[in-house]
Design a protein around this ligand. Structure first.
Ligand code: 9MR
Length: 510
């Protein structure tokens, strides 16, 4: 047993002396007449309880028992890539590694993510192929495994590096044509490898009657912003693709190879970005997670375990974030071994859990808690920002019925507040983050009014009650963020369609 788990159990025992400890299917359940408190002891069980999968990238030579014990989903790290399995005419070859992985997953009740059909890299014999040949390959690969593959990465890494927001200027994307010259490939007359590959994949799935879901996957798309607060244009470009091709796309993978490249850090708006994709109706996955341990002392300001917590919490807080996959089991066997980015040390099946492992397990065991809705956004969704200190247990009192102030009920002096807005815009939409700051006295409630330019419409709001969707709109606090200390701030956000330039928020306190 891990030391942190032992510690937690000791605390639980001390707090509940009459508790009955039970071991049920890997869960430690504590009962004391009230509801059972259960902590799962594997990542897969804890994730499953929260309604998501926790998976791993794997290779056929590393299918040790821990793979099926700890993980409920498997992505072939290299064995389903075109350079392994595609012939130059779009046929299949050398599928034995992929078959081994799919069989292993099936016999261990694990989901499989097929990785990947259309990719500029590791294309092997398909390099330079036409869309027709790509379509042949897409059909052959999907049909080989059918519904045994729960998710396929249909298109991988279509967008350029360095936060340009452009498609890659290399095959297969060089086949794209912008017929009307409007700067995108979304129009009927355009040629778009992304769209055409998804249309083909969709046809194959439908014709075969498979349950397979079709995903687009990329890196450096995790935050709404990049380091320094500028817009994440790559994320915005991915968002535009998913929005335009929503009828063909079921899921989005944020690879989440976090490191200290300014475009690859963990930003505080990770959850808001997951949320905006989820609001399009797609599932979101953290699909290739590893977190550079060198970050512990610089740009993020928290150790690796805390960074893992942050990412897991951001996913847990969005109901349509349905899975997390780490990109390997152990640091030494990782594609980036020097960054020590994974949850275990050791090798060849003899693995030791790191602090990051215990943090992930603990966070998963806390469950989804404050999830945002799966159905179209309601006007008062629960908070979408992660807790300030993710190690703090959730409040023991219900947030809605219990008044927030902990200080005696002294009537607060009339006090003012101010509001500032920061915008993250993309073609046809925006996310606004509004910061409400109390003046020299504490406030117990606030209302922010602003006027949206013509054509802009609010489609989703978090951490505030919205009134009105266009023109003059107002946002007031929800139960848990009305009380703001003197000089302190709280934030809410809203997403909209159209352009929202020149917003001037006016804050009134109560
Ligand atoms: O982890 C994979 C490594 O073993 C391969 O050498 C490498 C080749 O490109 O691909 C790695 O996996 C990548 C994945 O397929 C797509 N996203 C980035 C991953 C890490 O490079």
């Amino acid at each position: 047993m891990s030391s942190s788990l032992r510690q937690r159990r000791t605390i639980i025992r001390a707090a509940l002396p009459a508790a009955v400890l039970m071991l049920v299917s890997g869960a430690v359940a504590v009962q004391s007449g009230g509801p059972a408190v259960a902590a799962e002891t594997t990542l897969r069980a804890a994730a499953a309880k929260a309604g998501m999968f926790f998976g791993v990238a794997a290779s056929p030579n590393r299918l040790y028992p821990s793979v099926g014990q700890e993980f409920g989903q498997l992505t072939p790290e290299n064995d389903m890539k075109p350079d392994r399995i595609a012939t130059s005419s779009g046929g299949l070859q050398n599928t034995s590694g992929a078959d081994t992985l799919v069989n292993h997953a099936q016999s261990n009740n694990m989901l499989v993510r097929g990785h990947t059909l259309v990719w500029h890299s590791q294309a092997g014999a398909l390099q330079g192929a036409s869309q027709a040949t790509l379509n042949t390959f897409i059909g052959n690969a999907i049909n080989r495994w059918g519904s045994r593959i729960a998710y396929w990465d249909v298109v991988n890494e279509a967008l350029e590096d360095n936060n340009t927001g452009r498609r890659r200027n290399q095959w297969p994307h060089t086949m794209n044509r912008d017929a009307n010259g409007d700067g995108d490939f979304f129009d009927a007359g355009d040629t778009d490898v992304i769209r055409d590959s998804f249309i083909r994949a969709r046809q194959v799935v439908q014709a075969g009657g498979y349950t397979t879901k079709l995903c687009i996957n990329d890196y450096d798309v995790e935050g709404l912003t990049v380091q320094g607060g500028g817009p994440n244009r790559k994320a915005n470009a991915l968002y535009d693709i998913v929005r335009n091709y929503r009828q063909y796309i079921d899921c989005v993978g944020f690879q989440a190879h976090f490191n200290d490249n300014p475009n690859s850090v963990i930003t505080n708006d990770l959850q808001a970005n997951i949320q905006r994709f989820a609001d399009l109706g797609v599932e979101v996955h953290i699909s290739e997670l590893d977190i550079d341990d060198d970050l512990s002392n610089n740009d993020i300001g928290a150790g690796q375990a805390e960074n893992y917590r942050k990412v897991v919490r951001a996913c847990l807080n969005v109901a349509k974030c349905t899975g997390i996959t780490v990109w390997g089991i152990s640091d030494s066997e990782s594609w980036r071994s020097s960054e020590r980015g994974l949850l275990f040390t050791g090798s060849n099946g003899s693995y030791q859990k790191k602090a990051a492992y215990h943090a992930v397990l603990d966070e998963l065991n806390k469950g989804r808690g404050t999830t945002t809705p799966t159905t179209p956004p309601v006007t008062t969704p629960p908070p979408t920002t992660p807790p300030v200190d993710p190690t703090t247990p959730p409040p023991t009192t219900p947030p809605v019925t219990t008044p927030p102030p902990t200080t005696p009920p002294v009537t607060p002096p009339a006090a003012g507040c101010s509001a500032t807005v920061s915008l993250n815009s993309w073609n046809g939409g925006f996310v606004a983050t509004v910061r409400v700051t109390a003046g020299t006295s504490p406030i117990n409630g606030w209302t922010v009014r602003l006027t949206l330019p013509s054509g802009a419409t609010v489609t989703n709001t978090w951490n505030a009650n919205a009134s009105g969707a266009s023109g003059a709109v107002q946002f007031s606090n929800v139960a848990y963020n009305g009380a703001v200390g003197a000089g302190q701030s709280t934030e809410f956000g809203f997403q909209g369609t159209g352009a929202a330039t020149g917003l001037t928020p006016v804050c009134a306190a109560s």
